[in-house]
Ligand binder design. Structure first.
Ligand SMILES: Cc1cc2nc3c(=O)[nH]c(=O)nc-3n(C[C@H](O)[C@H](O)[C@H](O)COP(=O)(O)O)c2cc1C
Length: 443
């Protein structure tokens, strides 16, 4: 079955492979998009060993790549008997490696030689944010547990200082063997996370425990582990997003054109960096990010209550929701009939940002938005002062090619410390990332 070996290896260029951008987007990225929390741009070394479930590693790599991770496959020689390395290359856009001694991948090319030059097993292991071995054979578990490093995968394991997770898969008797149990117990002692196999029908014809955990479950564990190791892990954040609606009668509401995209992207960016995020959501035209706790608050009053209750205990509060400034003084119990002119008596809603700015509590960074049509920056600075904010994001409802309710916009970040950063027309997720990175530096 095998058709490629060390002699057939193609030139790989510089190592480790994820230091180079793939020439084209990874195949998996074109598939269904999964949550990007904690995983976007993170480097995952995916070890694949010689178990019959090796083909399922392709789906794991596809899921991780689709979430924005940079995957590098490292196979054992037995794995290359069961699955072609090229399949991983197609999904990751990076050369899959398996030979410790392959001259083209062993070191970076001569141009990189110098004090920085390291053999691939060190470079690859040391640059990884996480090392996943799936499927992990009984043999590889035993070698890892004993510290045997006789191939690229096991040598990289010893050289890795990042979190390691293994997903064993094997025949039920192999799984139940005392030797395998010893290996697993030793790996757990060594700090390796073990994703236990599932029970069920096994490829070898037996039934019992030993089937590789579902690729989705493995990808989820990787997401969780990476998020937990993010630069903002341990920080708690509240983000408001979306628009509020104030009822006029049982069917009509007073509202605005905010989609909630900016706030949800900010929540997503915080979660991606490992923060514990609470999203106080008004009406959203987009899905809230996975892995973020959501409290619905679709009126100004409900949002005010939620924010003043939950906000003061957080490290960071970002008020990105478009809260209506007025609500009808009276709400009709019955549908208003069309009968000539209608005058609405409006009253101001709660000024949530101001109330929180006065209360503050434990909040280290309180950030808000100023959507202004003229003298935007001056008004933003004035609002930051008046409402006791630390950072304000000034933007305009309409900009050429973007604005409120659209996927992109322009923004200027202004800090109380005099910080100023102008961001030209960009997608809202890119702007969210810049806002979150700025806040992270303020903590
Ligand atoms: C068709 C086939 C399927 C195999 N499936 C498994 C398996 O699922 N789990 C396992 O631990 N070993 C399995 N083995 C045995 C391993 O391939 C064998 O122990 C090998 O030495 C493992 O090498 P590696 O751990 O370096 O990948 C299988 C062997 C064959 C021939």
């Amino acid at each position: 079955m095998r058709s490629i070996g060390p002699s057939g290896a193609k030139s790989s260029g510089a190592s480790p492979p994820w230091k180079r951008r793939p020439a084209r987007p990874p195949e998996g990225a074109r598939g269904r998009r999964t949550s990007r929390l904690g995983i976007e741009g993170r480097k995952i070394l995916v070890g694949v060993t010689g178990g019959v479930a090796a083909y399922k590693a392709l789906e794991i790599v596809r899921l991780l790549s689709a979430s924005g991770a940079r995957c590098q496959a490292v196979l054992t020689r037995s794995a290359t008997e069961l699955i072609r390395p090229e399949s991983f290359e197609a999904l990751t856009g990076r050369k899959a490696v398996w030979d410790l001694w392959a001259s083209d991948t062993m070191f970076r090319p001569p141009v990189a030689f110098g004090p920085e030059s390291k053999p691939i097993h060190i470079d690859m292991a040391q640059s990884a944010d996480l090392f996943l071995v799936a499927p992990a054979t009984a043999n590889v578990l035993a070698k890892m547990a004993a510290g045997i490093a006789d191939d690229l995968l096991t040598t990289a394991y010893l050289a890795a200082t990042c979190p390691v997770v293994v997903a064993p898969a094997m025949n039920v008797y192999m799984w139940n063997h005392p030797a395998t149990k010893r290996s697993v117990a030793r790996l757990v002692e060594d700090g390796v996370r073990v994703i236990e196999p599932d029970e069920g029908d096994l490829a070898c014809g037996y039934r019992g425990k030993g089937r590789l955990a579902a690729p989705e479950r493995i990808a989820l564990v990787v997401h969780e582990m990476l998020a937990a190791k993010g630069p903002l892990s341990g920080r708690s954040v509240l983000v408001t997003a979306g628009r509020t609606e104030e009822a006029l009668d049982p069917v009509r509401v007073l509202t605005n054109r905010s989609s909630g995209r900016m706030g949800t992207e900010i929540a997503r960016a915080f979660a991606a960096r490992g923060a514990d995020v609470l999203l106080v959501a008004g009406v959203l035209s987009v899905d809230p990010p996975d892995g973020v706790r959501v409290i619905e608050a679709t009126t100004a009053r409900a949002m005010s209550e939620a924010v003043l209750r939950e906000g003061p205990a957080r490290d960071v509060v970002v008020m990105a929701a478009a809260v209506g400034d007025w609500r009808p003084k009276a709400v009709s119990d019955t549908k208003l009939k069309r009968a000539g002119e209608l005058r609405l008596d409006l009253e101001p809603t709660e000024d949530i940002v101001r109330a929180l700015g006065e209360k503050r509590g434990k909040i280290r960074v309180l950030a808000g938005f100023a959507l202004e049509t003229e003298e935007a920056e001056a008004r933003g600075l004035e609002k930051m002062e008046r409402k006791n904010l630390d950072l304000i994001v000034v933007n305009r409802p309409e900009v050429p090619g973007g604005g409120i309710g659209r996927g992109s916009t322009e923004a200027v970040l202004l800090g109380r410390d005099g910080y100023r950063e102008a961001i030209g027309l960009s997608s809202k997720d890119a702007i969210a990332a810049r806002i979150v990175d700025r806040i992270a530096r303020m903590l």
